[in-house]
Write a protein that binds this ligand. Sequence first.
Ligand SMILES: *Cc1c(COP(=O)(O)O)cnc(C)c1O
Length: 235
Amino acid sequence: MTDDELLAILKPRVELLKSQVDAACERVNRDPAEVTIVAVTKTVSPRVAGLMPRLGLPNLGESRPQELWRKAEAIPNATFHLIGHLQRNKLDRTIPLVALMHSADSERMLTALNAFGIEHARPVHVLLEVNISREEAKGGIAIEDLASLYARFHESPGLSIRGLMGMAAYADNPEAARPAFRILRELRDELQQTHGKPLRELSMGMSGDFVPAIEEGATLIRPGSLLFADLPADQ
Ligand SMILES: *Cc1c(COP(=O)(O)O)cnc(C)c1O
């Protein structure tokens, strides 16, 4: 496959996604400029991922640090988001490559990120991942623990907590995800009220449920398979 052949497959997918984002925004009177599409490139090669900035999607999401390192080296014109677990021994190498860490989900991780930010005199931009699906197998801060964790870290000099991230339980019907997204927005609103400090970002919505996520206030959506499923194998 040449780049042009790949672009010919990807371009209509990106256009369809953007038109669906616009339509969802219009239904709830939001400006589409408030919604950033983070293309989740974890299943594709650096070459395919590297085409996304040319299609107007410069924000790329990766769930594994090693894969993020590889893509960051190959694609200097992209902006990277870490959306998966970060082991502390990979923190030093990963954080400098990442514009936003979506998956800060424990006191230990926040402590380590804060120390990193202080050491490098630049606050680490993070979202707190909340376990809105209440599934034990899923990561994320328990809803009950969020307020105290935020209170503890929101003034940490090495951190800039920009908002919350969440994943709904898997379901065939996108509407099933809506209540979980609403909970994430309400949690964000409560923290803003309590502390009188803006928490702009809500990272929620993947291929199957980004429409209700946008309608409930998502500022970052994370579609993957919608863009990259069934590409010819010889990328
Ligand atoms: C893989 C992944 C996505 C993308 O999921 P799709 O269903 O392929 O759109 C989004 N967010 C996270 C955290 C992921 O791990």
